[in-house]
Design a protein around this ligand. Structure first.
Ligand code: F6P
Length: 544
C-alpha cells in the first residue's frame, strides 16, 4: 500500500519549483546554451534504441534536480514498484494495472489475486500466433472454401486506435496480399466504406472489445454479421469462419454468436488504451506476423525495464513526464504537440490522444480531493513536414507556449533520392528555430524595412524534445509506445490521480441510450431534457 502524500502544492520540492520558476522565467535557451558549451550533449539520455535530446527545454540543472526531487516526494519509485508487482493501483475500479505483464518474458512471474498472470499471457500469444499463421498462409478458409483476403477490425477507443496506429506504423512489414480495414465510428458510413469493395467470402471480421458491450462496436458487429451472412447465403454456420472475438467477456461473446473457441482473451488488468500489445493487437499480428509482433513486445519490455531500474535523472519516461508537468503547471502550457517526422507514424498523435488524455484528464486525487494544480494537457499533432505548412506558425509566433516532441529516424524505410535528408533537416531546423529564434537585429541586418521587423522576429525560447531512433521497426515502435505510457504514469503519479479509470466517458453514454429510445420513437416525445436538447431532438425527429 502506498503511504498518504502531502497535497502536491504543499510538497517541499513543489514550493521550491515555484520559487525557482520565478528566477528562470526570464532566462532564455540562448543564454543557457551560451553558458554551457556542453549542454547539447549533456542533456541527453538513451534507452531501448531511443535517443532523447532534452537540452532545448527551459531547465537548468537546478530545475532538473528539483523535478526529480518532486518525483521522489511524490512516491514515484513506490508507485512504479506497485504497478509492476500487480498492486491494485487503479483504485476506483479496484484493479491491478499490468500492461507490463503483456510483454513480460516467460521466465518472469507476476502474481495477481494468487495467480501468476505471465503463463496465460504467453498461452494467448501462442494461440494468436497459430491463428495469424493460418490466416497469413491461406490455411484458414472462409465458409465457401476460399482463403481470407481481407481482415476488418471492428472496435473503438483502445480497441481501434492502437491497432490502426500499429498497422499504419508497421505497414512496411505487412503481408501485402492481405487487405486491412478498421471500423470504429457508429456512423454507418465508416462500415459501408470499409466493406464496399470487399467480398464477404474472403472477409474475416475481428470484433475487438474489452467489454463486448460498447454501443458502437456492437452496432458495427451486428451490421457486419448481417452483411457477411447476406453475402454468404444466410447460413449461420458461416459466422464461425468469418468472425473472431477479442474480449475479456466470454459470456457476451457467446451471446453474440461467436464460438468462444474463436475468442482471444485478455484481462481486466489491461486498460483499453494500454491494450494494443494484448490480443487486441491480433490484427497487427496477422498483418506483420508473430515474429515481428514478438519483436514489438521486446521493445516494450526493454523500455519497461529501463523505466523500472534507471535512476530518474537518466530515465527517459520520467524525464519526459516531469518536463510535461513543469510546463503544464509552471508555464501554464495547455497542450503538447507530437510531431513525428515519419509518414508511417501518421496515426501516432491520435493514438497518444487517448493514451494521455483519457489517462490524465482528471481533477480528483487518489484521496478524493479536488486537485489544486492543472493536470493532463491536450495532446495533438500531425506528421512533419505537413504541419509546418499549417499550424507551426502559431507555435513559432503565437502567444501560447507549446512544448513539442519531434520524432525522427536516422534511416528511412523508403530511400528515395534526397527525401530523407530534407525531411530530417526540417526536424533539426524547426527545433533550432523554436529554441533560438531570430532577433530584430538579425532581421534588420537582412535589409528588412523597419515597420516589418517586428513581424519577422522570432522570439525563440520555445521548448522541444527531439527523439531519434535508427529506423522504424516493430521493436522501436514498442519502445516508443512504452516510453509514452510510462511518461503518462509519471505525470499521473505527480498529480496523484488515477490514470487508469475513465469515468468521464460514462454520462454521455447513459444519456445517449435514453435519447436513442426517444429518436426511435420507443420512448415517446423528448420532454425530460433542458429546452435546448428537447428542441434539437424534436427538430431532428421531424426532419429525419
Ligand atoms: O468509452 C471509453 C472506452 O471505455 C475506452 O476506455 C475503451 O478503450 C473504449 O471505450 C472501448 O471499450 P471496449 O474495448 O470495451 O469496447
Amino acid at each position: 500500500m502506498t503511504t498518504k502524500l502531502a497535497p502536491l502544492s504543499e510538497r517541499p520540492s513543489w514550493k521550491a519549483l515555484q520559487a525557482h520558476h520565478d528566477t528562470i522565467q526570464a532566462t532564455t535557451l540562448k543564454q543557457l546554451f551560451a553558458d554551457d558549451p556542453a549542454r547539447g550533449e549533456r542533456l541527453t539520455a538513451e534507452a531501448a534504441g531511443i535517443f532523447l535530446d532534452y537540452s532545448k527545454n527551459r531547465v537548468t540543472d537546478e530545475t532538473l534536480g528539483l523535478l526529480t526531487k518532486l518525483a521522489e516526494e511524490s512516491g514515484l519509485a513506490e508507485r512504479i514498484n506497485a504497478m509492476f508487482t500487480g498492486e491494485k493501483i487503479n483504485i476506483t475500479e479496484n484493479r491491478a494495472v499490468l500492461h507490463v505483464a503483456l510483454r513480460a518474458p516467460k521466465s518472469e512471474s507476476i502474481v495477481v489475486d494468487g495467480e501468476d498472470v505471465v503463463p496465460p499471457v504467453h498461452a494467448v500469444l501462442d494461440k494468436m500466433a497459430g491463428f495469424a499463421d493460418r490466416v497469413r498462409s491461406g490455411d484458414w478458409k472462409g465458409h465457401t472454401g476460399k482463403r481470407i483476403r481481407n481482415v476488418v477490425n471492428i472496435g473503438i477507443g483502445g480497441s481501434d486506435l492502437g491497432p490502426v496506429m500499429a498497422y499504419e506504423a508497421l505497414k512496411h512489414y505487412t503481408q501485402r496480399d492481405l487487405t486491412f480495414r478498421f471500423v470504429s465510428n457508429v456512423d454507418g458510413t465508416d462500415f459501408a466504406e470499409a466493406v464496399q469493395d470487399l467480398n464477404a467470402d474472403e472477409t474475416l471480421f475481428l470484433v475487438a472489445s474489452k467489454t463486448f458491450t460498447t454501443l458502437e462496436t456492437m452496432t458495427n458487429a451486428h451490421s457486419a454479421r448481417d452483411w457477411s451472412l447476406a453475402g454468404l447465403g444466410g447460413d449461420e454456420k458461416a459466422v464461425a469462419k468469418h468472425f473472431v472475438a477479442i474480449s475479456t467477456n466470454a459470456k457476451e461473446v457467446a451471446k453474440f454468436g461467436i464460438d468462444t473457441a474463436n475468442m482471444f482473451e485478455f484481462w481486466d488488468w489491461v486498460g483499453g488504451r494500454y491494450s494494443m500489445d494484448s490480443a487486441i493487437g491480433l490484427s497487427t499480428m496477422v498483418a506483420i506476423g508473430s515474429d515481428n509482433f514478438r519483436a514489438m513486445l521486446d521493445g516494450f519490455h526493454e523500455m519497461d525495464v529501463h523505466f523500472r531500474t534507471t535512476p530518474f535523472e537518466k530515465n527517459l519516461p520520467v524525464l519526459m513526464g516531469l518536463l510535461t508537468v513543469w510546463y503544464t503547471d509552471f508555464f501554464d502550457a495547455q497542450t503538447v504537440a507530437i510531431l513525428p517526422y515519419e509518414q508511417y507514424l501518421k496515426r501516432f498523435p491520435a493514438y497518444l490522444q487517448q493514451l494521455t488524455m483519457e489517462s490524465n484528464g482528471k481533477h480528483i486525487t487518489l484521496d478524493g480531493e479536488h486537485v489544486t494544480t492543472q493536470t493532463g494537457p491536450i495532446y495533438w499533432g500531425e506528421p512533419g513536414t505537413n504541419g509546418q505548412h499549417s499550424f507551426y506558425q502559431l507555435i513559432h509566433q503565437g502567444t501560447r507556449l507549446i512544448p513539442c516532441d519531434f520524432i525522427g529516424f536516422y534511416k528511412t524505410l523508403n530511400p528515395l533520392g534526397r527525401h530523407h535528408d530534407i525531411l530530417m533537416a526540417n526536424v533539426f531546423a524547426q527545433a533550432e528555430a523554436l529554441a533560438f529564434g531570430k532577433t530584430a537585429e538579425q532581421v534588420k541586418a537582412e535589409g528588412t524595412a523597419d515597420w516589418l521587423v517586428p513581424h519577422r522576429v522570432f522570439e525563440g525560447n520555445r521548448p522541444s524534445n527531439v527523439l531519434l531512433a535508427d529506423h522504424l521497426t516493430p521493436k522501436v515502435l514498442g519502445s516508443l509506445i512504452a516510453l509514452y505510457e510510462h511518461a503518462v504514469f509519471t505525470q499521473g503519479t505527480i498529480w496523484s490521480i488515477d490514470s487508469f479509470d475513465q469515468w468521464g466517458v460514462e454520462l454521455g453514454k447513459v444519456l445517449a441510450q435514453k435519447i436513442i429510445g426517444e429518436l426511435e420513437g420507443t420512448d415517446g416525445a423528448a420532454s425530460t431534457h433542458d429546452t435546448s436538447t428537447t428542441n434539437l431532438i424534436n427538430r431532428y425527429k421531424k426532419n429525419k
